[in-house]
Write a protein that binds this ligand. Structure first.
Ligand SMILES: Cc1cc2nc3c(=O)[nH]c(=O)nc-3n(C[C@H](O)[C@H](O)[C@H](O)COP(=O)(O)OP(=O)(O)OC[C@H]3O[C@@H](n4cnc5c(N)ncnc54)[C@H](O)[C@@H]3O)c2cc1C
Length: 330
């Protein structure tokens, strides 16, 4: 819970006052929705261009807050998520940027011929106006929703092979999900860990044929179809295995693994854009660098490989595109 969340709980008028204050804000040059790494760097680039900049988000730091160890952020050999999120906020704070915390955005109303400014409506009922909008609302990894998953999250249960694969060097792991992301994760992990077991719920995998062939060619990978994960087991400190049901004959099995990579599809936080912004089948926004004042960056887009460095880089790119757009319109 952030300080502003606590204040809102104690002071019943706090939300009303916040809404009033937000409604009085002058229009922004660029307003960024989402305060993860993509939004943070977009805000810094905009402010450095002298643009009146605001950043509104539910949780400053985004997914970085959910990360334990980070070892692949350039110039930082090793850090922890909450520490990096604090540094990220500190960096944004160094500039003249309006940071609007603990606010969920509910709606985007694009500018039209009559109203030159885009509007952002918050769940709390405030409306903010801006010439340019950068959408950086990220994504979340869906849970398996089985006993033990929450308890052993970051203690064996993980969602990101690029981030955490090397932590399981020489160990046995499981991958849940036989779509493209699950099969790619299994191939990737097979080069790092001792052994990979891929569990797929359906009678067949949905991944592209070429990926399935590659996976089948690896000697340290087992594929189990029709497997329903029932429980993540452990000793209270870290996970030690999975229990699953064979959906064909109902038999129950235990699998000894040190780690489980849940790969059942990353969900972009873009439902609030229904009917407003075109998205692909899984809800990711297609990036258009010449977007007419509305840009999108990071994990909520179709940009491949959902990683911090990539999201931050895209944030910088979108901010420069937005600045260029503002320069060229009245
Ligand atoms: C457990 C875990 C470990 C990871 N480890 C690593 C790692 O080691 N290295 C690495 O490079 N990457 C790692 N990642 C991935 C990395 O964290 C993401 O790729 C990166 O954070 C994406 O940045 P983003 O700014 O696009 O989105 P996010 O970080 O998801 O931030 C989105 C922001 O938007 C806000 N938001 C969402 N919807 C709304 C709304 N409607 N209104 C207002 N605000 C909203 C969220 O609260 C959040 O502040 C990890 C991810 C997880 C979950």
């Amino acid at each position: 819970m952030t300080l502003s969340d606590i204040v809102t709980k104690i002071d019943v008028n706090a939300e009303k006052n916040t809404v009033q204050k937000l409604n009085q804000q002058l229009p922004y040059g660029v307003l960024i929705v989402g305060s993860g790494p993509a939004g943070a760097l977009a805000a810094i680039y905009s402010a450095r261009k002298g643009i009146r900049t605001g950043i509104i988000g539910e949780r400053c730091g985004g997914q970085v807050l959910d990360t334990i160890d980070i070892e692949n952020y350039i110039s930082v050999s090793k850090t922890e998520g909450p520490k990096l999120a604090t540094a990220l906020r500190g960096h944004v704070n160094d500039y003249d940027i309006d940071i609007i915390d603990s606010q969920m955005v509910a709606k985007l109303i694009p500018a039209d011929a009559a109203e030159k400014l885009h509007k952002i409506e918050t769940v709390s009922g405030a409306t903010l106006r801006s010439r340019g909008i950068i959408i950086a609302t990220g994504a979340k990894w869906p849970d398996m929703n089985v006993p033990g998953e929450k308890e052993y999250r970051t203690k064996g249960v993980t969602y990101c092979p690029h981030c955490d694969g090397s932590l399981f060097k020489g160990k046995r792991v499981a991958v849940i999900g036989g779509g493209n992301s699950g099969v790619e994760a299994a191939i990737d992990l097979a080069g790092v860990v001792e052994h990979v077991t891929l569990l797929e719920f359906a009678p067949e995998m949905r991944a592209d044929e070429v990926l399935q062939q590659k996976l089948a060619s690896l000697s340290n990978v087992d594929i189990i179809l029709q497997a329903e994960t029932l429980e993540v087991k452990g000793d209270g400190v870290k996970m030690s295995g999975l229990q699953y049901k064979n959906r064909q004959d109902g038999s129950i099995h235990d699998l000894a693994v040190a780690g489980t990579f849940v790969q059942i599809g990353l969900l972009p936080n873009t439902h609030w854009l229904d009917g407003v912004i075109a998205r692909n089948a899984i809800g990711e926004i297609k990036v258009d660098e010449k977007g007419k004042g509305i840009f999108a960056v990071g994990d909520c887009t179709t940009v491949p490989y959902k990683q911090m460095t990539i999201a931050a880089g895209e944030g910088a790119k979108a901010s420069l595109s937005a600045s260029n757009y503002l320069m060229n319109v009245n």
